[in-house]
Design a protein. Structure first.
Lengths: 171, 478
């Protein structure tokens, strides 16, 4: 009986020791987590503070850049020097017209600009509709291209800018 | 121009009202606080309006200006009615700060967040139309096509005639809707609108996490995200990639809160944001489906009764189906020509492209981990997830899996892709992969809070037996 009591007491002591051990580990884990959380918050603040100069520079730059004369809606076209062409095409070509674009090589056009012209016109002169078929177009926007070489009857030709013309196709 | 600004303001007020009605219906406006929910109302209202108008456009209906106003009101009414199906919630209390040091951390964080957002708004208000190639080459021409030709048309200069016709229509549809209110196509105002949306996203994260995360954890993490060069730099960008990041980050938070406390309203919000992500970009669909699979699986691990309602999340990505039907009905490509998943089963094809895999892996890792691009957002977020593994494996494991599988999925598209890898990476990778840091950065405060035991995932069985503690109280369960 005494031996059974002793075994039971020892078992209780073992459990108490295990509980205390788990408690110590748990408390140590909590400490580690708390320190990690504080470190994360501090690192986050450091990262944020170290990046404050760029927004100030960007804001100042944007406020200054806006003083330019390019229409804000057409600003993306400025990169390809297409703003005058697009602005003139909007004035000349009727809103319900169908147009196409022909890019010539006289003189050769920078490949990036050549790639940009048609989508930039789609962006800038909507709702005028673009067709890839010359035969279906009421108007042709020529870029470094003479209208005589288009192969269509021309009823009118209007200069848009130094690089391009709007050609009205005769029907 | 003044008319355009006034019109944009009216549009945003209507969007906000629609979102507020949706939140009211879900019970989240009352739970989170009506006045505080303004940002979330705009964010969720924009998502809801986008989903409703995109689906309407897919079914051949596109409204004029009055119709757009009607659609916005209808969105609110639908959101309010559907939301009433969810149980009511008592208002939540925010988590208080206990020490002076915590208060200082919180206040400095709040000041930095406000600074970042005010600078972004000022920059966007002063800037011209977005000059990113994809913006003017097809996103805005698509919006023009919807605006001028009344919906999704396939004729000359119609929606489908521009590059990537298979991209879903939410972003161009919403841009066209704003044009109706502006009185014309004014792309110069769109950076400001994009920035307002970004600000509303940050405000949404702050208000949603307020009851679960202490301010000294929440605001420094949000400040780091807001001032990360890539995030801040794209706040005023008209490209929809960051938008996908917002929607998926919002959905991830809502899903995590569902797993934590099983408030069904979070499922409603997550479903809405997943639908918006799926209808914005293909990556939104892919990463959204992945999120749904992981959350549903994690919910079922918690218990069958937890898992079954989570199946509702499938409705989010399913919103893509009408768009797919529209593509098929109009003989448009159903998927991108840039890559085909079937190539994954062609060992010879893959073998020839190992150089692409290593090249893309190096660049994508750089875009995610570089301090000059995302500051410490990604490593800190992943560290927080690891810390939360002990206390909340039901949340941390799916999140880590989502990041890992999402990264691998995006990497695979570059591996099996057709375009020249240098051009492909240079023109798209940095903005496409940005969704991962946005989601990780948004989840960081919640993960830290879970790791510290400030908020705990309630075991299903225990929840049934005990009173659910008020938020912020120590949880007797577990």
């Amino acid at each position: 009986m005494a031996r059974a009591d002793m075994a039971s007491a020892m078992a209780r002591m073992d459990m108490a020791w295990a509980g205390a051990s788990i408690g110590r580990v748990g408390s140590r884990l909590r400490d580690v987590l708390k320190v990690s959380a504080v470190a994360i918050a501090a690192l986050s603040l450091y990262a944020a503070v170290s990046r404050t100069a760029a927004p100030i520079r960007a804001t100042r730059g944007a406020l200054r850049a806006n003083a330019g004369s390019t229409p804000r809606d057409l600003a993306p076209a400025a990169r390809f020097s297409l703003v005058p062409l697009i602005a003139a095409a909007k004035r000349v070509i009727p809103r319900d017209a169908v147009y196409t674009v022909v890019i010539g090589k006289n003189p050769p056009v920078d490949p990036l600009t050549a790639e940009a012209i048609q989508p930039m016109l789609s962006y800038g002169i909507a709702p005028r509709r673009y067709t890839p078929q010359l035969a279906d177009a009421d108007w042709v926007i020529t870029y470094h291209q003479s209208s005589e070489a288009l192969g269509v009857k021309v009823s009118r030709e209007i200069g848009l800018d130094a690089d391009g013309n709007a050609v009205r196709v005769a029907r | 121009v003044i008319r355009a600004y006034v019109g944009l303001t009216v549009f945003d007020i209507l969007v906000c009202a629609g979102g507020f009605l949706t939140l009211e219906g879900l019970g989240l406006a009352r739970f989170l606080g009506r006045a505080r929910s303004l940002g979330l109302a705009f964010f969720s209202g924009w998502a809801a309006s986008g989903v409703v108008m995109s689906l309407a456009a897919c079914f051949g209906w596109y409204p004029g200006p009055l119709g757009v106003a009607g659609a916005l009101v209808l969105t609110g009414a639908i959101g309010f009615s559907l939301g009433r199906l969810f149980p009511r919630s008592e208002p939540a209390d925010g988590m208080g700060t206990t020490s002076a040091a915590e208060r200082v951390l919180a206040i400095v964080g709040q000041v930095l967040v406000a600074f970042a957002l005010i600078c972004a708004l000022a920059t966007a208000a002063a800037s011209s139309a977005d000059g990113n190639w994809d913006v003017w080459a097809f996103w805005l021409p698509k919006a023009n096509a919807i605006y001028y030709f009344h919906g999704l048309q396939t004729g000359l200069s119609g929606f489908s005639t521009f590059a990537n016709p298979e991209y879903p229509p939410l972003f161009p549809v919403m841009t066209a809707a704003t044009y109706h209110f502006m009185g014309g196509a004014h792309p110069a105002l769109l950076p400001l609108q994009a920035c307002v949306l970004g600000v509303s996203f940050v405000a949404s994260v702050a208000v949603v996490l307020r009851p679960y995360v202490r301010a000294w954890i929440l605001y420094p993490a949000l400040a780091m995200l807001c001032l990360a060069p890539e995030f801040w730099g794209r706040l005023g960008t008209v490209l929809p990639d960051q938008l996908v990041g917002y929607f998926l980050a919002g959905a991830t938070l809502a899903c995590a809160l569902w797993l934590i406390e099983r408030r069904k309203a979070w499922l409603g919000l997550a479903t809405l944001l997943l639908a918006a992500a799926s209808l914005t970009k293909t990556e939104g669909l892919m990463l959204g489906v992945l999120l749904v699979v992981l959350v549903v699986a994690s919910s079922f691990v918690l218990g069958r009764v937890v898992g079954l309602p989570a199946v509702m999340l499938c409705l989010g990505p399913a919103a893509y189906l009408p768009w797919r039907r529209w593509l098929a009905a109009h003989d448009q490509p159903l998927s991108t020509a840039n890559y085909s998943w079937s190539k994954l089963f062609d060992p010879h094809y893959l073998d020839q492209r190992t150089h692409r895999l290593s090249f893309a892996a190096g660049h994508l890792s750089h875009f995610v981990f570089s301090q000059s691009i995302w500051s410490f957002v990604t490593p800190v977020g992943l560290a927080a997830a690891v810390l939360a593994l002990v206390a909340a494996p039901e949340i941390a494991l799916p999140l880590l899996a989502w990041v890992g599988i999402g990264f691998a999925g995006l990497l695979t598209t570059y591996w099996i892709g057709v375009p020249d890898i240098h051009w492909y990476i240079e023109t798209s990778a940095q903005r496409v992969i940005a969704t991962l840091p946005i989601v990780v950065g948004t989840a960081t405060p919640l993960l830290v809070s879970l790791a510290l035991g400030h908020v705990r995932v309630q075991p299903y069985a225990a929840r049934e037996r005990t009173r659910r503690p008020r938020l912020g109280e120590p949880d007797p369960v577990g």
